[in-house]
Design a binder for this molecule. Structure first.
Ligand SMILES: NC(=O)c1ccc[n+]([C@@H]2O[C@H](COP(=O)([O-])OP(=O)(O)OC[C@H]3O[C@@H](n4cnc5c(N)ncnc54)[C@H](OP(=O)(O)O)[C@@H]3O)[C@@H](O)[C@H]2O)c1
Length: 235
């Protein structure tokens, strides 16, 4: 059995997109308690500011407004992180949203925003942070979904998450040899504001945060490539 473990999280820096709510916010709370310094990114700066304050203020958590679909925002986010903390050890590309199923049921404008956020936004996060992750021999995590492993009827959202699943594996192969680890987090239904009508018998946001925490806590030679996590009642 290997006794090798990662250095204590204290001082290491985790950037999270989609940190203003749900899985991203729960991950920030858990990682903060585990000693990570945090960079919280989303569009709702008021919520991010409140969360940063809760997590210890500017020494421990930095709130940065970032629309992940904007390359300039993503570049500013990385620059602000490096300026504040000098390094990026882990990145959780988590921002995303869904929409109604059925290819006749959603608007083309909403489709466009969803595709841009879920796929292009995640790719921009990788592009903006990979140089710093190579520097730190860090860890990249992406939120895909059960819907990124299993096609759901009429779900363009499911198509976007299949793209994220492919992006995670593409990044893992691309970064092979760099020391950077890549993990796909694939939650089933989780009770968050993702849903207008909140689900029952679902995972809680902290259940997913614990999966992130597990992947982050592994020794440097272990790449937890995928974690598929469902509520027990899932079909
Ligand atoms: N809930 C589930 O059942 C479930 C299951 C599998 C996967 N997921 C995935 O988990 C991730 C987090 O979702 P959640 O369930 O935690 O939902 P949520 O509570 O609605 O959180 C979504 C987060 O994404 C952010 N976001 C959306 N568009 C953005 C943009 N253009 N730029 C920056 N941030 C943006 C939101 O912040 P702002 O609005 O402040 O920008 C928010 O922080 C998503 O990728 C989702 O697809 C969710």
């Amino acid at each position: 059995m290997s006794n090798e473990t990662k250095a204590p999280a204290s001082g290491r820096v985790l950037m999270i997109t989609g940190a203003s709510s749900g899985i991203g916010a729960a991950t920030a709370r858990r990682a903060g308690a585990e000693g990570w310094r945090l960079v919280l990114a989303a569009r709702s700066i008021d919520r991010l500011d409140a969360l940063a304050k809760e997590l210890g203020g500017s020494e421990r958590a930095l709130a940065v407004r970032c629309d992940v679909t904007e390359w300039e925002d993503q570049q500013r986010l990385s620059a602000a992180t490096l300026e504040a903390f000098g390094r990026i050890d882990a990145v959780f590309a988590n921002a995303g949203f869904g929409g109604p199923r059925g290819f006749l049921n959603d608007t083309p404008e909403h489709w466009r925003e969803m595709i841009l956020t879920n796929i292009y936004g995640a790719a921009l996060t990788l592009r903006a942070t990979i140089p710093a992750l190579k520097e730190s021999r860090g860890h990249l995590l992406l939120t895909s979904s059960v819907a990124g492993r299993r096609v759901l009827p009429g779900s363009l959202y499911s198509c976007t998450k299949h793209a994220v699943t492919a992006m995670g594996e593409a990044a893992r192969q691309d970064l092979n040899g760099s020391g950077v680890r890549v993990t796909l987090i694939e939650p089933g239904m989780t009770d968050t504001p993702f849903f207008d009508k909140r689900p029952t018998d679902a995972l809680q946001d902290d259940d997913v945060a614990r999966a992130v925490s597990y992947a982050l806590a592994q020794p440097p030679h272990v790449d937890v490539s995928e974690i598929l996590i469902r509520p027990v009642q899932a079909g």
